[in-house]
Design a protein around this ligand. Structure first.
Ligand SMILES: NC(=O)c1ccc[n+]([C@@H]2O[C@H](COP(=O)([O-])OP(=O)(O)OC[C@H]3O[C@@H](n4cnc5c(N)ncnc54)[C@H](O)[C@@H]3O)[C@@H](O)[C@H]2O)c1
Length: 249
Protein backbone atom coordinates (compact mmCIF):
# COMPACT_ATOMS: atom_id res chain seq x y z
CA UNK A 1 0.00 0.00 0.00
CA UNK A 2 1.18 3.47 -0.80
CA UNK A 3 0.44 6.73 0.93
CA UNK A 4 -3.30 7.12 0.72
CA UNK A 5 -3.51 10.88 1.30
CA UNK A 6 -3.45 13.24 -1.66
CA UNK A 7 -0.55 15.26 -0.25
CA UNK A 8 1.54 16.58 -3.12
CA UNK A 9 -1.09 15.71 -5.73
CA UNK A 10 -2.39 18.32 -8.16
CA UNK A 11 -5.87 18.00 -9.66
CA UNK A 12 -7.95 19.76 -12.30
CA UNK A 13 -11.71 19.60 -11.78
CA UNK A 14 -13.60 21.02 -14.76
CA UNK A 15 -16.88 22.74 -13.94
CA UNK A 16 -15.67 22.78 -10.35
CA UNK A 17 -17.23 26.03 -9.12
CA UNK A 18 -20.56 24.51 -8.12
CA UNK A 19 -22.61 21.34 -7.78
CA UNK A 20 -20.84 17.99 -8.00
CA UNK A 21 -17.59 19.60 -9.16
CA UNK A 22 -17.43 21.85 -6.08
CA UNK A 23 -18.00 18.84 -3.80
CA UNK A 24 -15.17 17.00 -5.57
CA UNK A 25 -12.85 20.01 -5.22
CA UNK A 26 -13.62 20.27 -1.49
CA UNK A 27 -13.06 16.55 -0.95
CA UNK A 28 -9.77 16.35 -2.85
CA UNK A 29 -8.44 19.51 -1.17
CA UNK A 30 -9.49 18.25 2.29
CA UNK A 31 -7.37 15.15 1.67
CA UNK A 32 -4.31 17.18 0.72
CA UNK A 33 -4.49 17.88 -3.02
CA UNK A 34 -4.04 21.26 -4.62
CA UNK A 35 -7.02 21.76 -6.92
CA UNK A 36 -7.50 23.87 -10.04
CA UNK A 37 -11.21 24.34 -10.61
CA UNK A 38 -12.39 25.53 -13.99
CA UNK A 39 -15.55 27.10 -15.32
CA UNK A 40 -17.06 29.62 -17.69
CA UNK A 41 -17.11 33.40 -17.14
CA UNK A 42 -20.40 33.10 -15.27
CA UNK A 43 -18.73 30.74 -12.77
CA UNK A 44 -15.96 33.19 -11.81
CA UNK A 45 -17.67 34.59 -8.70
CA UNK A 46 -18.66 31.15 -7.36
CA UNK A 47 -15.22 29.82 -8.27
CA UNK A 48 -13.42 32.62 -6.42
CA UNK A 49 -15.71 32.14 -3.41
CA UNK A 50 -15.04 28.40 -3.30
CA UNK A 51 -11.29 28.95 -3.67
CA UNK A 52 -11.44 31.44 -0.78
CA UNK A 53 -13.35 28.95 1.35
CA UNK A 54 -10.94 26.07 0.63
CA UNK A 55 -7.88 28.33 0.89
CA UNK A 56 -5.81 30.03 -1.81
CA UNK A 57 -2.91 27.64 -1.18
CA UNK A 58 -5.19 24.67 -1.97
CA UNK A 59 -7.61 25.89 -4.62
CA UNK A 60 -7.65 28.30 -7.52
CA UNK A 61 -10.29 29.13 -10.15
CA UNK A 62 -9.36 29.20 -13.84
CA UNK A 63 -11.79 30.50 -16.46
CA UNK A 64 -11.70 27.96 -19.27
CA UNK A 65 -14.24 26.46 -21.67
CA UNK A 66 -13.76 22.70 -22.07
CA UNK A 67 -15.28 22.93 -25.54
CA UNK A 68 -12.30 24.94 -26.81
CA UNK A 69 -9.23 22.79 -27.47
CA UNK A 70 -6.75 25.68 -27.47
CA UNK A 71 -8.33 26.86 -24.22
CA UNK A 72 -7.80 23.39 -22.73
CA UNK A 73 -4.12 23.24 -23.69
CA UNK A 74 -3.69 26.83 -22.40
CA UNK A 75 -5.33 25.87 -19.11
CA UNK A 76 -3.08 22.85 -18.62
CA UNK A 77 -0.04 25.03 -19.38
CA UNK A 78 -1.15 27.57 -16.77
CA UNK A 79 -1.77 24.89 -14.14
CA UNK A 80 1.64 23.34 -14.79
CA UNK A 81 3.27 26.76 -14.46
CA UNK A 82 1.34 27.63 -11.28
CA UNK A 83 1.24 24.25 -9.53
CA UNK A 84 4.27 22.47 -11.03
CA UNK A 85 2.72 19.19 -12.15
CA UNK A 86 -0.59 17.41 -12.62
CA UNK A 87 -1.73 14.04 -11.29
CA UNK A 88 -5.51 14.04 -11.47
CA UNK A 89 -8.04 15.12 -14.11
CA UNK A 90 -11.73 15.11 -13.26
CA UNK A 91 -13.87 15.74 -16.34
CA UNK A 92 -16.93 17.03 -14.57
CA UNK A 93 -18.23 19.98 -16.64
CA UNK A 94 -21.47 19.12 -18.39
CA UNK A 95 -24.66 20.70 -19.71
CA UNK A 96 -28.14 19.72 -20.80
CA UNK A 97 -30.29 21.04 -23.66
CA UNK A 98 -33.38 18.88 -23.30
CA UNK A 99 -35.95 18.32 -26.06
CA UNK A 100 -37.38 15.24 -27.71
CA UNK A 101 -35.55 14.33 -30.92
CA UNK A 102 -38.27 15.84 -33.09
CA UNK A 103 -37.82 19.22 -31.39
CA UNK A 104 -34.10 19.01 -30.70
CA UNK A 105 -32.25 21.49 -32.90
CA UNK A 106 -28.93 20.69 -34.53
CA UNK A 107 -27.46 23.40 -32.29
CA UNK A 108 -28.85 21.70 -29.13
CA UNK A 109 -27.17 18.49 -30.27
CA UNK A 110 -23.85 20.15 -31.12
CA UNK A 111 -23.72 22.23 -27.92
CA UNK A 112 -24.13 19.19 -25.68
CA UNK A 113 -21.66 17.03 -27.61
CA UNK A 114 -19.17 19.90 -27.59
CA UNK A 115 -19.18 20.36 -23.81
CA UNK A 116 -19.90 16.82 -22.61
CA UNK A 117 -17.86 14.74 -25.07
CA UNK A 118 -15.45 16.97 -27.00
CA UNK A 119 -14.56 18.62 -23.67
CA UNK A 120 -13.32 15.48 -21.91
CA UNK A 121 -11.47 14.40 -25.09
CA UNK A 122 -9.79 17.83 -25.35
CA UNK A 123 -8.82 17.78 -21.67
CA UNK A 124 -7.51 14.20 -21.79
CA UNK A 125 -5.49 15.06 -24.91
CA UNK A 126 -4.12 18.15 -23.18
CA UNK A 127 -2.92 16.28 -20.06
CA UNK A 128 -1.83 12.93 -21.46
CA UNK A 129 1.74 13.68 -22.60
CA UNK A 130 2.51 15.11 -19.16
CA UNK A 131 0.97 12.15 -17.32
CA UNK A 132 2.79 9.65 -19.55
CA UNK A 133 6.07 11.49 -19.00
CA UNK A 134 5.58 11.26 -15.21
CA UNK A 135 4.33 7.68 -15.37
CA UNK A 136 1.32 8.54 -13.24
CA UNK A 137 -2.22 9.77 -13.74
CA UNK A 138 -5.79 9.43 -12.55
CA UNK A 139 -8.57 10.41 -14.96
CA UNK A 140 -12.22 10.33 -13.89
CA UNK A 141 -15.02 11.44 -16.19
CA UNK A 142 -18.58 12.17 -15.12
CA UNK A 143 -20.96 10.06 -17.17
CA UNK A 144 -24.59 9.54 -16.11
CA UNK A 145 -27.18 6.84 -15.49
CA UNK A 146 -28.74 8.22 -18.67
CA UNK A 147 -25.80 6.75 -20.65
CA UNK A 148 -27.21 3.31 -19.80
CA UNK A 149 -30.94 3.94 -19.88
CA UNK A 150 -31.44 6.74 -22.42
CA UNK A 151 -34.12 9.28 -21.53
CA UNK A 152 -37.04 10.98 -23.17
CA UNK A 153 -35.86 14.46 -24.16
CA UNK A 154 -32.18 13.70 -23.62
CA UNK A 155 -30.91 12.00 -26.79
CA UNK A 156 -28.04 14.49 -27.04
CA UNK A 157 -27.13 14.12 -23.36
CA UNK A 158 -27.44 10.30 -23.41
CA UNK A 159 -25.26 10.07 -26.53
CA UNK A 160 -22.61 12.34 -24.99
CA UNK A 161 -22.53 10.40 -21.70
CA UNK A 162 -22.50 7.00 -23.45
CA UNK A 163 -19.72 8.29 -25.71
CA UNK A 164 -17.69 9.03 -22.58
CA UNK A 165 -17.76 5.35 -21.65
CA UNK A 166 -16.17 4.37 -24.97
CA UNK A 167 -13.64 7.21 -24.78
CA UNK A 168 -12.70 6.16 -21.24
CA UNK A 169 -12.24 2.46 -22.08
CA UNK A 170 -10.02 3.34 -25.03
CA UNK A 171 -7.89 5.75 -22.98
CA UNK A 172 -7.66 3.10 -20.24
CA UNK A 173 -6.33 0.55 -22.73
CA UNK A 174 -3.89 2.99 -24.30
CA UNK A 175 -2.43 4.12 -20.95
CA UNK A 176 -2.65 1.01 -18.75
CA UNK A 177 1.08 0.33 -18.96
CA UNK A 178 1.93 3.96 -18.07
CA UNK A 179 0.68 4.19 -14.50
CA UNK A 180 -2.50 5.95 -15.62
CA UNK A 181 -6.06 4.88 -14.90
CA UNK A 182 -9.18 6.19 -16.63
CA UNK A 183 -12.64 5.57 -15.21
CA UNK A 184 -16.16 6.96 -15.27
CA UNK A 185 -18.62 7.68 -12.51
CA UNK A 186 -22.27 7.50 -13.54
CA UNK A 187 -24.44 9.44 -11.09
CA UNK A 188 -28.20 9.04 -10.84
CA UNK A 189 -30.22 12.13 -9.89
CA UNK A 190 -28.13 14.40 -7.67
CA UNK A 191 -29.26 17.51 -5.84
CA UNK A 192 -27.62 20.29 -7.90
CA UNK A 193 -28.68 23.24 -10.09
CA UNK A 194 -28.81 20.86 -13.08
CA UNK A 195 -31.57 18.79 -11.48
CA UNK A 196 -33.25 21.88 -9.97
CA UNK A 197 -33.73 23.05 -13.56
CA UNK A 198 -35.78 19.92 -14.44
CA UNK A 199 -39.55 20.40 -14.73
CA UNK A 200 -41.19 19.35 -11.40
CA UNK A 201 -43.21 16.56 -13.05
CA UNK A 202 -40.11 15.07 -14.70
CA UNK A 203 -38.22 15.21 -11.41
CA UNK A 204 -41.09 13.53 -9.56
CA UNK A 205 -41.34 10.82 -12.23
CA UNK A 206 -37.59 10.18 -12.02
CA UNK A 207 -37.61 10.02 -8.21
CA UNK A 208 -40.42 7.46 -8.31
CA UNK A 209 -37.89 5.00 -9.76
CA UNK A 210 -35.26 5.58 -7.06
CA UNK A 211 -35.69 2.91 -4.34
CA UNK A 212 -34.68 5.43 -1.64
CA UNK A 213 -37.03 8.08 -3.07
CA UNK A 214 -34.46 10.79 -2.69
CA UNK A 215 -31.91 12.71 -4.70
CA UNK A 216 -28.27 11.86 -4.16
CA UNK A 217 -25.96 14.41 -2.58
CA UNK A 218 -22.94 15.89 -4.41
CA UNK A 219 -20.77 14.51 -1.56
CA UNK A 220 -21.93 10.98 -2.37
CA UNK A 221 -20.39 11.38 -5.82
CA UNK A 222 -17.29 13.17 -4.54
CA UNK A 223 -16.40 10.27 -2.19
CA UNK A 224 -16.40 7.84 -5.12
CA UNK A 225 -14.21 10.13 -7.21
CA UNK A 226 -11.86 10.44 -4.23
CA UNK A 227 -11.61 6.64 -4.08
CA UNK A 228 -10.85 6.33 -7.80
CA UNK A 229 -8.10 8.98 -7.77
CA UNK A 230 -6.27 7.36 -4.89
CA UNK A 231 -2.81 6.00 -5.65
CA UNK A 232 -3.99 2.64 -4.29
CA UNK A 233 -6.84 2.41 -6.81
CA UNK A 234 -4.17 1.40 -9.31
CA UNK A 235 -5.86 -1.80 -10.58
CA UNK A 236 -9.19 -0.14 -11.39
CA UNK A 237 -9.30 1.16 -14.94
CA UNK A 238 -11.71 1.35 -17.86
CA UNK A 239 -14.73 0.89 -15.64
CA UNK A 240 -17.83 2.83 -14.72
CA UNK A 241 -19.02 3.14 -11.14
CA UNK A 242 -22.78 3.60 -10.86
CA UNK A 243 -23.82 5.89 -7.99
CA UNK A 244 -27.56 6.12 -8.31
CA UNK A 245 -29.30 4.82 -5.16
CA UNK A 246 -30.46 1.70 -7.02
CA UNK A 247 -32.16 3.54 -9.88
CA UNK A 248 -30.29 1.40 -12.40
CA UNK A 249 -28.55 -1.91 -11.65
N1 LIG B 1 -26.88 16.50 -11.17
C1 LIG B 1 -27.16 15.29 -11.61
O1 LIG B 1 -28.19 14.71 -11.29
C2 LIG B 1 -26.23 14.58 -12.55
C3 LIG B 1 -26.52 13.26 -12.87
C4 LIG B 1 -25.67 12.56 -13.72
C5 LIG B 1 -24.54 13.18 -14.22
N2 LIG B 1 -24.29 14.47 -13.89
C6 LIG B 1 -23.10 15.08 -14.48
O2 LIG B 1 -22.27 15.56 -13.45
C7 LIG B 1 -21.57 16.72 -13.90
C8 LIG B 1 -21.81 17.86 -12.92
O3 LIG B 1 -23.21 18.09 -12.84
P1 LIG B 1 -23.87 19.17 -11.86
O4 LIG B 1 -25.23 18.68 -11.59
O5 LIG B 1 -22.96 19.52 -10.77
O6 LIG B 1 -23.99 20.39 -12.91
P2 LIG B 1 -24.09 21.97 -12.64
O7 LIG B 1 -24.85 22.51 -13.80
O8 LIG B 1 -24.59 22.24 -11.26
O9 LIG B 1 -22.56 22.41 -12.71
C9 LIG B 1 -21.80 22.23 -13.88
C10 LIG B 1 -20.70 23.25 -13.92
O10 LIG B 1 -19.98 23.10 -15.16
C11 LIG B 1 -19.81 24.38 -15.74
N3 LIG B 1 -19.67 24.29 -17.20
C12 LIG B 1 -20.66 24.15 -18.11
N4 LIG B 1 -20.15 24.18 -19.34
C13 LIG B 1 -18.81 24.33 -19.22
C14 LIG B 1 -17.74 24.43 -20.14
N5 LIG B 1 -17.95 24.41 -21.46
N6 LIG B 1 -16.48 24.59 -19.65
C15 LIG B 1 -16.25 24.63 -18.32
N7 LIG B 1 -17.23 24.55 -17.39
C16 LIG B 1 -18.50 24.40 -17.84
C17 LIG B 1 -21.08 25.11 -15.36
O11 LIG B 1 -20.99 26.51 -15.58
C18 LIG B 1 -21.22 24.70 -13.90
O12 LIG B 1 -20.44 25.49 -13.06
C19 LIG B 1 -22.08 16.99 -15.30
O13 LIG B 1 -21.21 16.42 -16.25
C20 LIG B 1 -23.40 16.28 -15.34
O14 LIG B 1 -23.78 15.93 -16.65
C21 LIG B 1 -25.09 15.19 -13.07
Amino acid sequence: MNNSTLDGRVAIVTGGARGIGAAIARTLAADGARVAITGLGGDAAAGAKLAGEIGADRCRFYESDVGDFDGCTGLVGSVLRDLDHLDILVNNAGITRDHTVRKLTVQDWLDVIKTNLNGPFFMIKAVLDHMIERGYGRIVSMSSVIAHTGNVGQANYAASKAGLLGLTKSVALETASRGITANCVAPGFIDTDMVAAMPAAAKEASLAHVPEHRLGKPDEIARVVRFLVDENASFITGTVVNVNGGLYM
